[in-house]
Ligand binder design. Structure first.
Ligand SMILES: [Zn+2]
Length: 125
């Protein structure tokens, strides 16, 4: 991996990190608004709002997961582990990193893991 590529990925990661932080703070604000507006509503309204809140929490969870992956990727920039597959130790292709700068696994390992996951799920009664 060239220094230039690494620097570009570092910038991408920081941008993603910022986007998530911004989005999470918007989500947090709308949660707060929703909590406050719950007062004085009937049960149907509350049920609908409950769904919205769950959706928001779920989205928030996804963002937090992504955020921790992005932060981990940024840390790996310093330890030189960035762009190395966590599973097989081979370099992750630059094309894959372009598409997903916080990728932890190379395409093959990611694919194998997904296949394994599906088989495992299918094998359950
Ligand atoms: Zn791999």
């Amino acid at each position: 991996m060239t220094k230039r590529f690494r620097e570009r990925m570092s910038r991408n990661l920081r941008r993603i990190e910022q986007e998530i932080v911004d989005r999470l703070s918007v989500e947090y604000d709308s949660m707060q608004t929703m909590m406050e507006s719950t007062a004085g509503k009937d049960e149907i309204d509350l049920a609908e709002e409950h769904v919205d809140r769950e959706t928001l929490e779920m989205l928030g969870q996804q963002d937090r997961n992504r955020l921790s992956r992005v932060s981990a990727a940024l840390r790996r920039m310093h330890t030189r582990g960035y762009g190395i597959c966590q599973e097989c130790g081979r370099p992750i292709s630059e094309k894959r990193l372009e598409a997903m700068p916080d990728a932890l696994l190379c395409f093959e390992c990611k694919h194998a893991r997904e296949e394994g996951g599906r088989r495992w799920t299918a094998a359950r009664p």
